[in-house]
Design a protein around this ligand. Structure first.
Ligand SMILES: [Cu+2]
Length: 122
């Protein structure tokens, strides 16, 4: 998953966030970036490399039709300010895209997205 995280970070950098160290990039996620899970998750959690400014950090989850399936707004975890999480509606099998846009405490905005898949019932 490290390679995928680096790709997401590079994408965010190329989107014009500027060149500086300390931007908040995706470090890991649950469900994992690009993974297939058997059971529908009840939430998406994304850990970033820097602490986030809660008022300007968003996480949205959409299905293949582009409809929102999260029950936002996303919240920065009170104990770990690098963790952004959002609860989900009950989801069926399919591919879902997680879109994030965050403001880190160094005042830089970064954004990116990734997908995960819920497998068909056996
Ligand atoms: Cu920065």
């Amino acid at each position: 998953m490290r390679g995928l995280g680096a790709a997401a970070a590079l994408t965010a950098l190329l989107l014009g966030a500027g060149v500086a160290r300390g931007h908040a990039f995706l470090e890991r996620a649950e469900p994992r970036v690009g993974s297939t899970v058997k059971a529908a998750p009840s939430q998406v959690r994304v850990w970033f490399t820097e602490a986030l400014e809660p008022a300007f950090s968003t996480l949205e989850v959409v299905n293949q039709a582009g409809d929102r399936v999260d029950r936002g707004p996303a919240r920065v975890d009170a104990a770990s300010r690098a963790l952004l999480q959002v609860p989900l509606k009950p989801l069926g099998p399919g591919t879902y895209r997680v879109k994030w846009r965050v403001l880190s405490v160094d005042t830089h905005v970064t954004e990116g997205d990734f997908t995960f898949r819920i497998a068909d019932a056996p």
